[in-house]
Design a protein around this ligand. Sequence first.
Ligand code: GLU
Length: 291
Amino acid sequence: MPDSSLYRGRFAPSPTGPLHLGSLIAALASYLEARQHGGQWLVRMEDLDPPREQAGAADSILQSLRDHALHWDGEVMFQSERSAAYEQALTQLQASGLLFPCQCSRQQLGPGGLHHGCCEIRGKAATALRVAVPGGAHVSFDDALQGTQDCDLYATAGDFVVRRKDGLFAYQLAVVVDDAEQGISHIVRGADLMDSTPRQFWLQQQLGYSTPSYKHLPVITHADGQKLSKQSFAPALRSEQASGNLRQALSFLQQPPPPASLDTPAALLNWAQAHWSPTALPAVTAIPEAH
Ligand code: GLU
């Protein structure tokens, strides 16, 4: 059995709605990769944006995971309980001279939405906090599925927001602080998050954290190319169909089909873990759902 201290994966849903096929695919792939490495698999509830959340969604996601036999290690981490850690990271960025307040509106930033350089603070208008990204800032990483990614962070992200004008901590900050706190070594998630990764790399470096390895899976889209999400009315998964849902997710990931005789989620997952084939994963960023 490989050393589990070397592999720690996670699934980090936002409770904006119930689990749907797109999120099950990310949960399943991150689970199977972790288990096949003899590693741990953690769940973190990314409930740091109350206006976008749906009442009851966090509980419903956790129940769906259980119903699909996706059992996690340890306690679920809730981002809503992590403000002190995010404040501390902001203090650290401040001490390094990387943090500045900004009152710019979307209109002031223009169509590209990029921000470069400090702002002048006037009056009491709401203030966001941005982390400074200097000219020449560049991030390059080897995605374990999608290959080498090169990013001119200055040109594509600019100075980015780490605490929003409404006072909420930004996803980019929270995810980096929590991946470090939970000791995550391997991140397996949807390719819709791939353009966030360079900002996360950058923050990890500025905060002195180590960088996990990344694997970005194709996301499942509707026929018109739109990602399956709550906003696009992706149907909630039904627990009575958990085995069928798992088979569908495995097929999307181009994994070998489990024998028809296996009919419980736990039996399917055991089989899928033993036959998990990372080289069969499709190295593309989006695939339309099959009908
Ligand atoms: N909470 C994010 C989402 O549901 C995922 C964050 C991540 O995996 O890094 O889109």
